[in-house]
Design a protein around this ligand. Sequence first.
Ligand code: HPA
Length: 254
Amino acid sequence: MNQAIIGGTGVYKLFDDKESVTVDTRYGSADVDLVTIDGFRFAFLPRHGRGHSVPPHRINYRANIQALKDLGIRFIYATAAVGSCSERFAPGDVVVLRDFLDFTKGRPSTFFEDGTEVRHVPMGEPYCRKLTEAFEETARDHRLWIKGSAVYVCTEGPRFETAAEIRMYARMGGEVVGMTSVPEVVLAREAGICYASVGIVTNMCTGLSEEEATLRQVQEAMSRNRAAILRACVDTFKRPMTKTCCEVPAAARV
Ligand code: HPA
C-alpha cells in the first residue's frame, strides 16, 4: 500500500471495508482508515478528524502527513471544498489545483524547523503534475468533467472572507478559495510525497453572489460529487505508477 486519499469537508464514512487505525507520530496522532475496494488497498485520512470535529486552522497537518509517510505512502490525492472568486468557475464545478497563494497565519507549516537541517523545498510546481494528469485521464473515463486547473488561495479561517478580501485575492490571480491546502501540500512536498488535489466548487465567494456561503451548503455540494471523485481517485491508483518525481532534490539543502 503506497497510496492515500485525504478527504476534506463532506468526504467521510464512505468506505465500509476498512480498518481504522490511529498512527502516533512525533507531531501527534492521526486517524487513518485502511480501506479495501475490489481487493485494492489504500489509506484514507479524514482531514478534519472522524466526524468533522477539527476546524481548518487547528488541523494537525504535520501529524497527518507524517502518519501517511510512516505508513509508506508515496502518492496522495486530496479533496478540497472551495469557493470560486473567478468567473471561470461556478458552484458544482470540479477543478484540479495548479498553484497556491498562502494567506494562512499561525500554522506550523514545515518539518524543517528543529535546527537539524535547513532546507528550502522548491514550490515551482507544488501540485504533482503527473498525478494530476493521471487523475484527469481517469476522470474523463468516468465522465467526470474537470472544468480546469485553478490557483488556490488558502485563508486562515475558520471565518469566511470579506468581500474586500475576495476582490484582492481575485486581482492577485487567485481563482478558488479554501482553508486547508496549505500547509498540507507543502508538507507532502517536504516529505517527498507526490500530492495532487481536486477542488469541488461549493459556492461563489463573498460578495460575488446574493447568497452567503454556509457550511451546510458546502457539505451538500460536496456530497453531490464525492462518490465520482473518489471512484476516479481509486481507479487512478490502480494504474501502474512509478515514482520518478517529487523527491526533494539534494540541491534544496543548504
Ligand atoms: N471560502 C473559504 N473556504 C471555502 C469556501 C469559501 O468561500 N467555500 C468552501 N470552502
